[in-house]
Design a protein around this ligand. Structure first.
Ligand code: GLC
Length: 491
């Protein structure tokens, strides 16, 4: 691997510290920061949403308009996330809205145009800012058009010669499907014949455009990289990923241990380490504080936590049918999250039935998420699919044993005692069925009640796992160099 400093433009639709809706934001903050700490020049491009913290105090470094039709005017403000330079691309008609993607569960009708514009402007601004990256790293469907435009629109442009592209797949269930008519803002699509992006005679997906044109593709875990080559695992794009399999790799996301570390987490009631006494004391203090906050009886029952969006992806549909059965035991369960109304309604009904055992907090609450990670004994992630998953990694750092389904990044990060007792860090089940989840939860409860020494050992092992971004960033650097070494298929 070369030691030269690489210049990289990282393009994402959200970034923690500025604006966040999910795990993509965590990665868009931590990965560029880690690469900068490895000596690389990585800058981030995000949409200039009007509700980004501190947007209007940030200096305007460029006022321009797209060089290509429809010549949309835009301006770029420069912010910072740690050492990372951030370019926020402002365009009032697209990004001055109450939310990023949707309101009242309804996606904005012009999302295709909004993110096509963002992708186009992320490239258009580069010569004007005099920033020439070696490589552009796009993320998910919102920026899938970046690799496509790089090869299509800028193929002959000397400034863009030699710039390579990488596309990360955080979640292929979202593809950005639009009709050609909805993407009239792209002159390249006026032919209504763009095979790299087409999924039918009338529709394209932005994700496919990126998958078919990026030099390299990264899935956010090794198992997810394999799953993407199947129809089921890619949600219907198996053929495309198979076609690109020589350029598809999986790199496990990292954990930001500055934010997620029970030793110095400023959000949790008591700090603790993996030393037996500190761990026992710390977790029991945090559990009691959590019980008080949730108005649950302060009993030493096993506490199960879950923090997630309420969607099918997260496997709520496996939990709700068995939750009442499970609550017959001496246990407490807390779920924190917002999302699909039907799921929220079901959870509310169960919590009305078991007020002393089950709390459903319908909120997106970062502080409470830290409290649950610290105060629970077990953390539930029975996902239907999970490209990487971060909460199971946070849980392990807090000695809160994850109960996960063997899928995607969950499979790559959690070991079950039944398979490998000496390396156990949690509980894993296979089939996507409520009964299988119930059996696994009961297995954990039995050990909690009958073998606390074993639980302690597993907690300590989990806490000592290292999923730092530093490691992941090294893998990305290798990948970047392999992308640069590649003679692009398309140029
Ligand atoms: C998406 C995936 C999640 C992954 C995250 C960051 O939110 O659903 O599994 O951890 O992206 O890559």
């Amino acid at each position: 691997m070369g030691t030269d400093k690489l210049a990289v433009l990282f393009v994402a639709s959200e970034a923690d510290g500025l604006i966040k809706s999910g795990g993509l934001a965590d990665v868009a903050r931590a990965l560029p920061e880690s690469l900068v700490s490895l000596g690389q020049d990585v800058r981030l491009s995000i949409p200039g949403y009007s509700n980004i913290q501190g947007l209007y105090e940030a200096p305007v470094v460029l006022k321009s308009e797209l060089d290509f039709w429809p010549h949309t005017p835009y301006q770029v403000r420069q912010l910072a996330l740690g050492e990372v330079v951030v370019y926020a691309i402002e365009c009032e008609r697209y990004f001055d809205r109450p939310q990023m993607y949707a309101e009242h569960n309804q996606a904005y009708i012009d999302n295709g145009e909004r993110f096509a514009f963002f992708s186009a402007a992320s490239l258009d601004m580069l010569p004007k800012l005099d920033f020439k990256p070696h490589l552009i790293h796009a993320n998910d469907w919102h920026t899938g058009l970046v690799p496509y435009l790089l090869r299509q629109r800028y193929r002959e442009n000397p400034y863009f010669q030699g710039i390579h592209s990488v596309l990360s797949i955080h979640n292929a269930v979202f593809k950005g499907v639009f009709s050609y008519d909805e993407l009239r803002c792209l002159p390249e699509f006026h032919t209504k014949h763009v095979p790299e992006a087409a999924v039918s005679a009338s529709h394209v997906t932005m994700l496919k455009a990126g998958v078919m044109t990026a030099d390299k593709i990264v899935a956010v875990s090794p198992t997810y990289a394999k799953e993407l080559t199947t129809e089921l695992g890619s949600h219907g794009m198996g053929r495309e990923f198979q076609q690109r399999s020589a350029d598809l790799v999986g790199i496990l996301n990292g954990c930001d241990y500055q934010m997620w570390n029970p030793k110095n987490d400023t959000l949790i009631p008591t700090n603790y380490t993996d030393e037996a006494q500190s761990l026992a004391q710390g977790k029991s203090d945090c559990k009691r504080a959590l019980q008080e906050r949730l108005e649950l009886p302060t009993e030493p029952h096993a506490m199960y936590g879950m923090v997630c969006r309420l969607t099918h992806q997260k496997g709520i549909q496996y939990l709700t049918p068995i939750l009442s059965d499970f609550l017959q035991h001496d246990v407490q369960v807390v779920i924190v999250g917002t999302g699909e109304l039907a799921m929220a309604t079901q959870l509310r009904a169960i919590s009305d039935q078991f007020p002393d055992k089950f709390k459903f907090i319908e909120a997106y609450d970062n502080e409470l998420a830290h409290w649950v990670e610290a105060g629970a004994d077990f953390f539930l992630m029975p996902s239907e699919f999970e490209p990487c998953g971060l909460n199971q990694i946070y849980s392990m750092a807090y000695g809160t044993l994850p109960i996960v389904r063997s899928v995607g990044g969950l499979k790559d990060t959690v070991n079950d005692m039944l398979l490998d007792s000496a390396n156990a860090t949690g509980f894993v089940f296979d089939e996507p069925e409520p009964d299988k989840l119930l059996i696994t939860m009961l297995r954990s409860l039995l050990l909690y009640e009958q073998n606390p020494q074993w639980i302690l050992e597993v907690q300590q092992r989990a806490m000592n796992k290292d999923f730092s971004w530093h490691n992941a960033a090294q893998h990305y650097l290798e990948l970047y160099h392999s992308a640069l070494a590649k003679e692009s298929l398309y140029r």
